[in-house]
Design a binder for this molecule. Structure first.
Ligand code: INR
Length: 287
């Protein structure tokens, strides 16, 4: 680690903190995720090995590049390329509105990264604005924080003990499905797209039930007709208030009709009918 000079802390990954460092040999700024191996947490080393092996496999312009792995004493350091900020900060500092060509450009890049992951049988499983990194000069977006990729079950607390946000979680997971498919990432991409348009989480909520009601208040409460199999997935769904779907064009004012169409296909409640990343890239909104 001697060749790296620490600068400051820039963020919190799903486990371990991220620092900005200066690599004195390459003379480049890098981002280093420091993971302290604590004997209490049996699961951590396997999570690290998993993230490292996934990231080593992934080589794509829209996926953050892992440059080096250093194992020193009781810590593992993951050395990544450095980007200016995460998408949450980018959205927040935007104040007014993101330009429609920037939204389109970012969505295309996010979908390219996701399509690449899915083609390699990797699910990200925790896509949200803090896990997307932005290069301001190149206007480039990259997927980061693969900590949850491929692991079994999604924890309710992160390694750093922060409450895991539910706002980007697919309805089938909220209803108790254990079948993780690539559709769960597409739901998250839809939520992120909507957030770039409105600058706020489109389905804000603080509990799992609250989250479902927030989703259904916009998209309507599903039934066997709109989502075959939903009542066997969760018989309790019949106890929820029956809400009608709203007009997305009204909910997302300013978004062009093709944008509303692709959004509705990503926010399709039934995961079987949800658009794939590959098909979304061919949608007229992006061509
Ligand atoms: C910044 C982050 C800049 N750069 C937060 C951040 C605020 C401002 O997390 C980050 C990273 C970076 C980062 O430049 N490269 C990486 C984070 C991660 C991997 S991870 C690589 O996986 O989310 O911890």
């Amino acid at each position: 680690m001697d060749k790296y000079r620490g600068i400051w802390k820039i963020g919190n990954g799903s486990y371990g903190e991220v620092y900005k460092y200066f690599d004195t040999s390459s003379r480049e700024i890098v981002a280093i995720k420091k993971i302290t191996i604590d004997d209490e947490f049996d699961g951590v080393p396997s999570m690290i090995i998993r993230e490292v092996s996934i990231l080593k496999e992934m080589e794509h312009e829209n996926i953050v590049r892992l440059l080096d792995v250093v194992n020193e004493k009781d810590s593992v350091y993951l050395v990544f390329e450095h980007l200016d900020m995460d998408l949450l900060k980018y959205i927040k500092r935007t104040q007014l509105a993101m330009k429609s060509h920037t939204i389109k450009n970012f969505l295309r890049q996010i979908l390219s990264g996701v399509a690449y992951c899915h083609a390699h049988k990797v699910l990200h499983r925790d896509l949200k604005p803090p896990n997307l990194l932005v290069d301001l000069k190149l206007k480039r977006v990259k997927l980061a924080d693969f900590g949850l990729a491929r692991t079994v079950g999604i924890p309710s607390k992160s390694y750093s003990n922060e409450v895991v946000t539910l706002c980007y979680r697919a309805p089938e997971l909220l209803l108790g499905s254990h079948q993780y498919s690539s559709a769960i990432d597409m739901w998250s991409v839809g939520c992120i797209f909507g957030e770039m348009v409105t600058l706020n989480p489109i389905f804000p909520a603080r509990s799992e039930l609250d989250q479902l009601l927030s989703i259904f208040s916009i998209l309507g409460t599903p039934d066997e007709e709109t989502w075959p199999g939903v009542t066997s997935l969760s018989p309790e769904i019949t106890l929820l208030p029956k809400m009608e779907p709203k007009d997305l064009a009204k909910e997302f004012q300013g978004l062009e009709p093709a944008g509303v169409d692709i959004l509705s296909k990503m926010l399709c409640l039934d995961p079987i009918k949800r658009i794939t990343a590959r098909d979304a890239l061919k949608h007229e909104y992006l061509t």
